[in-house]
Design a protein. Structure first.
Length: 724
């Protein structure tokens, strides 16, 4: 018996150790699960807020229906009963479905508990998508009917142009005005958004949670529904028939900047299954529809992308000076603030519209003059065309879409004037991009995006089929369009690069982050004559939404983005603009960062701090030819290393500067000015500066300040960059 007990005791010791290990692992998994459930709550809270906005939009759409029905049986009807039923078809049913869903989900989110279940609500919502199918089938007819009724009836035109949408409960704005056309599109957009939310919910729901299979089922139903809708709606929405009976489908469209006769022109480019058409939107005369004017077209059978060595030199297009682009951005930001103030003070709508018009004009100029990335296409018959883009991601998308279509058996052709007229005439209805991509075109209910600083660490990548020289770039949308903001070092001869590089990226109303992975090309024959840079090969590209609910947490959020079989791991965290503008003086007065500029200049016996002089000198020596030298982020670890060296007044500063990446040096200079306890242009002097007070008068009326000479030094530096 004793031996039996001894054996049992021996087993229990081993089991104890194993259980202890399992317990530690379980606690770790518990922490991860807790984080996941917290993210789940954030996703649900965000979705609930957007659901409230959607219900308010449906209410606004339904509001005129009852009075219109009441007048339909009178001697002077605004619309007939049939017209009303066509325009508002299934809207009441959709409203009731979502109102019930919202009323059931709201208390669950407000009284949150880790055990709360709501998968059955999403499953029920997905099971009612048949109503949306009926709505989509009628959508085109509803739009056409509303359009015809607006043309023939002034009273209905006024109603349809300004429907009042109630703001969210916690919003200062009581109502916003939206067109009927915009509101009729909301149900189609909503299905796609709901499907994306189901993806996010599943991502943050433990597999053993009772909601998991229900959410999976809801996602499956939603995805199948979206597929069927695309099959049903795409040919009808994006197809045009020529007089010869051929069917063309619109594959892609968007606004691009074309270089024509040495000047920049904004064009709307349409890619059909067999032709690329470049058009200009004509100004519409009173009472008439807007129309497109075809500038040129190329059958895809005749379209080629010239290789770098084949491409001709670009026509002379004077680049817009960086400081003027920055001035535009400052004006746009100031106008945004004025608009918000007017709205908060319930200012006159005329004043707001006037400010919006000014903002649109500045945003349009910025959109037109910012792009610098060449996208050249060539017609086999000899004519070449050049577009300038701000995003390599976008350039790649256009090229890939065209090349995919060119794999089919395409024939060369020439369109007759009638065929060209029919094709161009169809563009207005077929277009998928309706507005120029500027923030002033956004609806009031759309997210304003994030303002502040996004800290991104690009960790590593895997999934490459063979070793190569690899690097990544990061793009974010600012002021409505995408720009490149950061670039990792090249990791040589590897299939699993490990960069672990951190960047600080400024966000200006940003909603998305793009990551592009490149193979560096060292072949000197493959040089792009437009900017004398080697053209590198894009290995993969991906994009994620910058969801405020996810990003606006103090902790680092790690994620993986998949692109063409490649997986890139990265982490990010966000600092709001309000937090980043808080200037904290340095506790130690021996360094230069966070120390008053007057203290530093007095200590150094110089009117301009040493750090400013050395960084500017290095930028002017090596970086004056760089495009966006102060826009593209340097590696954060390099910037911190330079900061430490300058703070310690290390004797190796000059040697370190000469070896350091030029973007890191520019980033160090930006960081120095950002960490000053008080900005160069103080709060007292800034309004005077903005009003354009003459320098002589300012010098006479104000005693010389410590920041006066450094400010002049920096202005001179930026002026040199412009003159170059």
């Amino acid at each position: 018996m004793n031996s039996k007990h001894g054996r049992a005791w021996g087993l229990s010791v081993a089991e104890g150790k194993e259980r202890e290990g399992r317990g530690a692992q379980g606690r770790l998994l518990g922490v991860e699960a807790g984080k996941g459930l917290e993210m789940r709550k954030l996703v649900l809270s965000g979705f609930l807020a957007s659901e409230e906005i959607y219900i308010n939009q449906l209410e606004a759409l339904l509001l005129p229906m009852k009075p219109l029905k009441a007048t339909a049986t009178t001697s002077q009807p605004v619309l007939t009963i049939q017209q009303i039923e066509t325009i508002f078809y299934k809207i009441q049913d959709i409203y009731e479905i979502h109102k019930e869903f919202y009323d059931n989900l709201c208390p669950k989110v407000q009284q949150w508990d880790s055990q709360v279940t709501m998968g059955h609500l999403f499953q029920k919502l997905a099971s009612q998508l048949g109503v949306y199918k009926a709505f989509v089938d009628n959508y085109k007819v509803a739009l056409e009917t509303a359009e015809k009724c607006s043309q023939s009836n002034n009273q209905f035109q006024k109603i349809s142009e300004e429907l009042k949408v109630k703001g969210p409960k916690d919003s200062k704005d009581s109502h916003t005005s939206v067109t009927m056309e915009a509101l009729l599109y909301k149900p189609i957009d909503r299905v796609t958004r709901s499907t994306l939310v189901l993806h996010d919910l599943l991502k943050h729901t433990p597999v053993d949670h009772p909601d998991y299979p229900l959410l999976q089922d809801a996602l499956r139903i939603s995805q199948n529904f979206l597929s069927s809708i695309n099959e049903d709606i795409d040919p009808r929405r994006t197809a045009v028939t020529t007089p010869k009976g051929e069917t063309r489908q619109l594959v892609k469209d968007g606004f691009l900047v074309e270089v024509s006769e040495s000047s920049r022109k904004l064009r709307h480019v349409f890619l059909f299954t067999d032709v690329l058409l470049c058009a200009k939107l004509k100004k519409a005369s009173a009472g008439k529809h807007q129309q497109y004017d075809c500038k040129w077209y190329i059958p895809l059978a005749d379209l080629v992308f010239p290789s770098p060595e084949e491409s001709e030199a670009s026509p002379q297009v004077h680049p817009f000076p960086d400081h003027e682009l920055e001035d535009m951005k400052m004006k746009i930001s100031a106008l945004k603030s004025e608009i918000q103030k007017e709205k908060a003070n319930k200012g006159q709508s005329r004043a707001i519209e006037r400010l919006k018009k000014k903002m649109f004009e500045n945003e349009f100029l910025l959109l037109l003059n910012s792009p610098t990335i060449p996208f050249r296409i060539h017609n086999r018959n000899g004519k070449s065309y050049l577009f300038l883009l701000s995003s390599d991601y976008e350039r790649s998308e256009w090229r890939e879409a065209i090349q995919k279509l060119q794999k089919k058996d395409l024939q060369a052709f020439v369109l007759s004037s009638v065929e060209l007229q029919v094709l161009t005439g169809s563009c207005f209805k077929l277009r998928t991009v309706h507005n120029i991509p500027v923030t002033s075109n956004k609806d009031d209910d759309e997210s304003p995006g994030l303002y502040g600083f996004l800290h991104v660490i690009v960790h590593s990548a895997k999934g490459f089929k063979q070793s190569a020289n690899l690097y990544c770039t990061l793009e974010v949308d600012s002021f409505g369009y995408f720009v490149s903001k950061a670039k990792t070092r090249v990791f040589r001869d590897t299939a699993e690069p490990k960069w672990d590089e951190e960047f600080e990226i400024e966000l200006e109303g940003s909603q998305s982050l793009r990551i592009l992975c490149y193979e560096k090309c060292y072949d000197k024959t493959k040089v792009n004559k437009d900017n004398n840079e080697i053209v590198d090969k894009i290995m993969g590209k991906g994009q994620i939404q910058l969801d405020p609910q996810t990003v606006e947490t103090k902790n680092w959020h790690t994620d993986v983005i998949e692109m063409n079989g490649i997986k890139v791991e990265f982490s990010m965290k966000f600092t709001s603009r309000d937090m980043s503008l808080k200037r904290t003086p340095s506790k130690k007065q021996t360094g230069v960062f966070g120390v008053k500029i007057s203290v530093v200049t007095k200590r150094e016996r110089s009117k301009v701090p040493y750090i400013v002089r050395q960084c500017v000198e290095e930028v002017e020596k090596r970086g004056i030819e760089e495009v966006g030298i102060y826009r593209i982020s340097g590696v954060a670890t390099d910037i911190q290393a330079l900061k430490a060296v300058f703070d310690a007044n290390n004797k190796d500063i000059l040697l370190m500067l000469s070896d350091m990446d030029i973007n890191a040096i520019a980033g160090t200079l930006k960081l120095y000015f950002r960490e000053l306890p008080e900005p160069l242009l103080t709060d007292r002097l800034y309004p005077a500066f903005m009003e354009g007070i003459a320098a002589e008068r300012a010098e006479k009326e104000n005693p010389p300040l410590a920041g006066y000479v450094p400010a002049g030094f920096i202005f001179s530096h930026t002026d040199q960059g412009v003159s170059y």
